[in-house]
Design a protein around this ligand. Structure first.
Ligand code: C2E
Ligand code: MG
Ligand code: MG
Length: 555
């Protein structure tokens, strides 16, 4: 029965209100789902004439089918109104997202349902887009950290009830340097290429996530340790090829930390945190490697956190001191200078090795105030020795990469020398060989130091990857042979050959050479025989505080 048949004079305004309304409206028999009227806007929207509508049921236009439609109608009869979100089919085959409000009314004593329909296709599309943006990384298109959190807790643990999976935390080694050296848009291209390489290994959806700037996370379901090792090695292998970006060839290596559900954590927070901790340990192992989480790490890490906070106060509280290790002329065993080595007297933990706190100071940026303190103290001490006419003519200080990156570093050194009335040749700067990968940035600073007359030496030589041609171009005075080679001298033929090469190479390039870590007479006489001019090590003296050094020299 149609509304027209039931029409009464009094109903006319309502009929017109229905027919001419700019909102899409349908009238439906909520007993059987038959469409009993459609206004002009509905006819235009769906592309059906009124006649065509009258032969249709709601499931002819909706996407939930007859059975669910009948259920909905039942619910509607019970509640009197409903709000439904659905997709409707138009005559031309198009599918639109709609929002449908229904209301049960009596017309001519018969219950019917008004359906007021809004086309929300554009809104749904916009929502989807916003949703996509919230859960995806713009640059790589990979799901991001928010997606990861929902995925682990909602999807894997709650919904799929997966009983074993692994979280691989990938942190790129020295990525800040790439950004700093070549710019962020270059860095972005590297990240994009990295995400493509990872996709090559894990083509499935929702496996790789971009967690933050240079951190990617990989979730592998139902896996064993052996399989994870296999995947991890595949990742490392993919990174072993250079990235060619803007005609430049660069190498990027990852450090990977792995945590397993449920062994290493039963929630996303713990799993991610522990994988991250394992990554830091992988980095500590020399980068470009992987590490499974171990509960021991937490203990070590909490020491690190504790040290970090007390390191902040250590400069203020005057907890550092410098020791000085003599550098010896190997021909006559006379002292030619000293290397200043920092010591931290922690109020509770006692003496802490620079090997432990210097990396922490570098990470946190505290190396800048600490380095300034070292520079000032060493200059002050040298001046004091000179006033006493002690035969110490030169002090070497160790300088970290981050200090060299500070604007005005050279000027700062110059002013410090002036403040204490020291000559520049009295000060030597030691930089480790490992920072030579960043020559573009380092070279001008080294040149600046050279220009004011300072000496520059390369510390721990042999452990990094400087090439000979590079050394020739840099303004360097001294190479310090790393103590690991000195230690194996005479015993190990490879170390012996390497030391010999470094000495003869230094001769031809006109570098001074210092052998570090000389502990035995055998090492000493070997070095002397090979014309190594300078040495440093326990055989001659341990690092000494200023009074001990005074006694050492006068005794
Ligand atoms: P380095 O500059 O290579 O210093 C030499 C290290 O070898 C010192 O360790 C020294 O005590 C040790 N050593 C010297 N002779 C011998 C020997 O015959 N046998 C053995 N086994 N070891 C010997 P230390 O003082 O623990 O310093 C470790 C590292 O910490 C230094 O290595 C240096 O890289 C860093 N460091 C020390 N002081 C500073 C500083 O003021 N600033 C910065 N940035 N780094 C520093
Ligand atoms: Mg040194
Ligand atoms: Mg060294």
């Amino acid at each position: 029965m149609t509304v027209q048949k039931m029409a009464h004079k009094d109903l006319m305004p309502y009929i017109q209100f229905f027919e001419n309304n700019s909102i899409i409206m349908l009238l439906v028999n909520d007993e059987n789902g038959k469409i009993i009227n459609a206004n002009l806007t509905a006819q235009k929207f769906y592309g059906y004439s009124k006649k065509e509508f009258l032969s249709k049921y709601v499931w002819d236009i909706n996407s939930i089918g007859k059975e669910r439609s009948l259920e909905k109608l039942k619910e509607h009869r019970r509640q009197g109104q409903l709000l439904v979100q659905d997709k409707h089919h138009l005559a031309n085959g198009e599918i639109r997202d709609i929002e449908l409000h229904t209301c049960r009314v009596q017309i001519g004593g018969k219950p019917v349902s008004y359906c007021i329909i809004h086309d929300v296709t554009e809104r749904v599309k916009a929502e989807k887009q916003v949703n996509y943006m919230v859960y995806h990384d713009q640059l790589t298109g990979l799901p991001n950290r928010y997606a990861l959190k929902e995925y682990i807790d909602q999807e894997l643990i709650l919904k799929q009830k997966i009983d074993k999976f692994a979280v691989l935390f990938i942190d790129l080694d020295r990525f800040k340097l790439i950004n700093g050296t070549f710019g962020h848009s270059f860095g972005d291209l590297v990240l994009l290429e990295i995400s493509n390489r990872l996709r090559g290994i894990f083509p499935e959806n929702k496996v790789i996530f971009r967690y933050s700037g240079d951190e990617f996370l990989i979730v592998i379901k139902n896996t064993s340790e052996a399989k994870i090792i296999e995947s991890t090695e595949k990742i490392l292998e993919k990174f072993s090829y250079p990235f060619i970006i803007n005609m430049r060839e660069i190498f990027v290596s990852p450090s990977i930390g792995i945590s397993m559900f449920p062994k290493d954590g039963e929630s996303k927070e713990t799993l991610i945190k522990n994988a991250d901790i394992a990554t830091q340990f992988a980095k500590g192992m020399g980068k470009n490697t992987y590490q499974f989480f171990s509960s021991d790490f937490e203990r070590i890490n909490s020491r690190k956190l504790g040290l970090e906070s007390s390191l902040r106060n250590a400069v203020k509280n005057n907890e550092f001191m410098l020791c000085y290790q003599p550098q010896i002329n190997l021909i006559n065993r006379e002292i030619v200078g000293v290397e200043a080595l920092i010591r931290w007297k922690h109020p509770e933990l006692g003496l802490i090795s620079p090997n432990e706190f210097i990396p922490l100071a570098e990470e946190t940026g505290l190396i800048i105030p600490i380095g300034n303190w070292v520079l000032k103290t060493a200059c002050e001490q040298l001046k004091a020795w000179q006033m006493k006419n002690l035969p110490v003519n030169r002090v070497a200080i160790n300088v970290s990469e981050r200090q060299l990156q500070v604007q005005g570093f050279v000027q700062n050194v110059k002013e410090m020398l002036e403040q204490f009335g020291l000559k520049p040749e009295h000060l030597e700067i030691e930089i480790t060989e490992s920072i030579m990968h960043n020559t573009d940035e380092i070279e001008p600073v080294l040149k600046g130091l050279k220009d004011i007359g300072l000496r520059v030496s390369i510390d721990d030589f042999g452990t990094g990857y400087s090439s000979l041609s590079l050394l020739k171009h840099l303004p360097i005075d001294t190479l310090k042979i790393d103590q690991s080679f000195t230690k194996d001298l005479v015993i190990d033929s490879k170390a012996t050959a390497l030391v010999e090469t470094i000495i003869s190479m230094s001769e031809s390039l006109n570098f001074e050479v210092v052998a570090e870590g000389v502990e035995t007479e055998e090492q000493y006489s070997f070095l002397k025989r090979k014309n190594c001019r300078l040495g440093q090590g326990y055989l001659f003296s341990r690092p000494l505080n200023s009074e001990e050094l005074l006694r050492h020299i006068s005794g």
